[in-house]
Design a binder for this molecule. Structure first.
Ligand code: GLN
Length: 496
């Protein structure tokens, strides 16, 4: 039996349109499921029940007005009217706390709302709460959250991926139909892959970063999770576009993304990069991704082997650039302006005591690494050099996108790993990101979606990367794949 919380955005839209369900019912069912399962999953750090129910009431009023006009919800100015949404706790929402998974922001209530959230609320979505994240989005497992780890709904002893693990787990366990994440080096795509949901990292500059607490400013992107390519596209279309409050956001209109059943992929060229099938990759991950590529071929796509020769430098380049930018961005947490303060004799005393006590190990490590890489004697050798190699990685993509329309590859070398597996080894954790970092370094969009399961019943994901600002093609390819496969419909059995 389908329950309200099983509904995809598209399905819910249909029922709301006909008046068969109300937003209040949908929101109540969502809040009930969150309170039933969040104890096991720890996906949410904050649940906004009251605010959400008030918004749902307002949505129901608008819905009945809309119904009178006869205009379909999807074509109205509020295409996502009445649909619940979870927001990663690094995006600000006025009236809700924003911890970034860190003790240094405990009790901080931002006085403004992130543009992406504003836009989705304007489109009618209902924010039901804030989801867990690695501290300041630094990590690949949510184990770096100061508020406890999120559990993978497919196997509670495993991580959901990270850093947007709370959002991915919430969508996978049907707590919400959609959630926002952020992706600086893979934090939407890798948890999407580990949890068996669809997740997009848009082109850098496609989506506003205003209200996204900065980590690596030249890499950060707001993305979204959903049950299918079609659902994620609906959220993406409502949140993307130029924002005067983010100078790096581009004024390139988002065209309506059309999905036609039975369209196939004739005329589409997809490249498979040989550098993404490296030694050490879990055999089943390679198998499932190659099978998925065959399906894309059967749908009419032309498949070509391609080369992105500088891929092997992505990990060292990213782990210089991201911490360097993070060390600058995290300088603002001084115990004076945000969050808790530890008292001291002098101003410096206050800074060092507060920062020393309230930043977790990974944030501290990144600040130290980044400060070192930017310091006068080492800037050229580290940060400067990393920027040069970043340009080479970018050129690899430009070259390949002359020949193909998209690149198909694994999202992560393995499926979800056990909680604690990389406990004492930050380097092993960094290596988890080999296949996702390049898209951020090059600024191109990446879409992750499920393509099967490994022997332990854990989801395997595939990634499609595309040309700058061509998210539409990625959605259409994944949609075509999801029309002929059922992986995205299989759900973990979470008892309530
Ligand atoms: N795992 C990567 C890191 O720790 C990416 C995180 C992210 O995309 N926010 O930096």
């Amino acid at each position: 039996m389908t329950t309200l919380t099983d509904l995809s955005i598209i399905e819910a839209q249909g029922l709301l349109q006909k008046g068969e369900i109300s937003s209040r019912q949908l929101t109540e069912a969502t809040l009930e499921r969150i309170s039933a399962l969040n104890g096991d999953l720890h996906a949410f750090l904050y649940i906004a029940a009251e605010q959400a129910l008030a918004q749902a009431e307002a949505a129901d009023k608008k819905l009945s007005e809309l119904r009178k006009t006869g205009l379909p919800i999807s074509q109205s100015t509020t295409p996502l009217l009445g649909i619940p949404l979870a927001v990663k706790d690094v995006l600000t929402v006025e009236g809700m706390p924003c911890t970034c998974g860190s003790k240094i922001l405990e009790g901080y209530f931002p006085p403004f709302t992130a543009t992406v959230v504003n836009r989705l609320q304007a489109a009618g979505m209902i924010v039901v709460g804030k989801t867990n994240t690695d501290e300041f989005a630094m990590g690949s497992s949510t184990e770096n959250s100061a508020y406890g780890v999120t559990h993978n709904p497919w196997d509670l002893s495993r991580v959901p991926g990270g850093s947007s693990g709370g959002s991915a787990a919430a969508v996978a366990a049907n707590l919400v139909p959609a959630a926002l994440g952020t992706d600086t080096g893979g934090s939407v795509r890798q948890p999407a892959s580990f949890c068996g949901v669809t997740g997009l990292k848009p082109t850098y500059g496609r989506v506003s970063r205003y209200g996204l607490v900065a980590y690596g400013s030249s890499l950060d992107a707001c993305g979204a999770f959903g049950r299918s390519a079609e659902d994620v596209a609906a959220v993406f279309s409502a949140m993307a576009g130029r924002d005067p409050l983010d100078a790096t956001s581009q004024n390139i209109p988002v065209k309506q993304i059309s999905f036609e059943t039975g369209q196939g992929l004739r005329g589409v060229k997809i490249g498979v990069p040989k550098e993404y099938f490296i030694q050490g990759i879990q055999l089943e991950v390679e198998q499932k991704v190659r099978e998925a590529v065959l399906i894309l071929q059967n749908l009419g796509a032309e498949i070509k082997e391609v080369s992105l020769p500088h891929t092997e430098y992505a990990v060292p380049v990213y782990y210089l650039i991201a911490p360097a930018e993070a060390s600058a961005n995290l300088a603002r947490y001084d115990g004076i302006r945000f969050g808790p303060r530890l008292d001291g004799e002098t101003m410096w005393d206050v800074f060092t005591k507060t920062r020393g006590a309230k930043f977790g190990d990974e944030a501290t490590r990144r600040v130290m690494l980044g400060t070192y890489a930017l310091s006068a004697g080492y800037y050229d050798a580290y940060y400067g050099q990393a920027q040069k190699v970043r340009t080479l990685i970018k050129r690899d993509f430009e070259q390949v996108f002359r020949e193909v329309d998209a690149i198909a590859c694994p999202v992560a070398p393995t499926t979800a790993f056990p909680i604690g597996a990389h406990g004492d080894d930050p380097l092993a954790m960094y290596l988890e990101d080999v296949f996702t970092l390049t898209a951020n370094l090059a600024g191109v969009p990446g879409l992750a979606f499920p393509v099967g399961f490994d022997g332990k019943g854990l989801p395997v994901g595939m990634q499609l990367m595309g040309r700058h600002f061509d998210e539409a093609s990625l959605f259409q390819m994944a949609y075509a794949y999801q029309q002929v496969t059922d992986w995205h419909k299989i759900k973990p059995t979470m008892t309530r």
